[in-house]
Design a protein. Structure first.
Length: 184
């Protein structure tokens, strides 16, 4: 995928189009991995989800005089799938989640079953936010949200070391202020 930048110049007599030298943004794997602590963070969140699901199933199976067979089967399946998911998913996500910021764009790659690659040109960035939920704070992690003038929504870089996220947000803010354009 490559993009060419078109500039519209409004003149008194109408609109003329000039084509700037094309900026080639190729869809490629970004260079940087997220923090290794993201593995623990993803494991904790998945474990909480599995614990809630298995706990609810257990309450119904163990407190019911005659639990439906399907409920017992789903409980057993959950008890088998949960450890497999907790072993595989965080490692897999760590191998896939990547990010990179260049003078031209923010590149991200994320997901584990459904993978998403995004490129946000620097000239399209409107805001840069840092988010940290309580579990991310325990793992000293942060998430950067780069809001752009795009219908696809914001670009998120999750699993960053908190210090690295602060530096990245400062760098993106400085770069976007120095980049001409109106982010639309």
């Amino acid at each position: 995928m490559s993009w060419a930048v078109h500039i519209e110049v409004v003149q008194a007599g109408g609109v003329t189009e000039e084509t700037a030298p094309p900026v080639r943004l190729s869809l490629r794997p970004p260079a940087n991995r997220v923090s290794r602590r993201a593995i623990g963070y993803w494991t904790v969140w998945a474990a909480v989800g599995w614990a809630v699901l298995i706990g609810i199933q257990a309450v119904f199976v163990l407190t019911s005089d005659d639990p439906p067979a399907w409920l017992t089967v789903t409980w057993v399946i959950s008890c088998v799938l949960a450890p497999l998911h907790l072993l595989v998913m965080p490692q897999w996500r760590y191998r896939i989640h990547r990010w990179e910021v260049t003078g031209e764009a923010v590149y991200t790659q994320e997901g584990w079953l459904k993978q998403d690659w995004r490129i946000a040109p620097i000239s399209r960035i409107q805001t840069v936010d840092i988010e940290r939920d309580p579990v991310e704070q325990l793992f000293r992690l942060a998430k950067i949200t780069v809001t752009t003038a795009s219908a696809a929504g914001p670009v998120k870089i999750a699993g960053l070391d908190h210090t690295e996220a602060l530096a990245l947000a400062a760098e993106l803010t400085k770069t976007t202020q120095a980049t001409p354009g109106d982010a639309t």
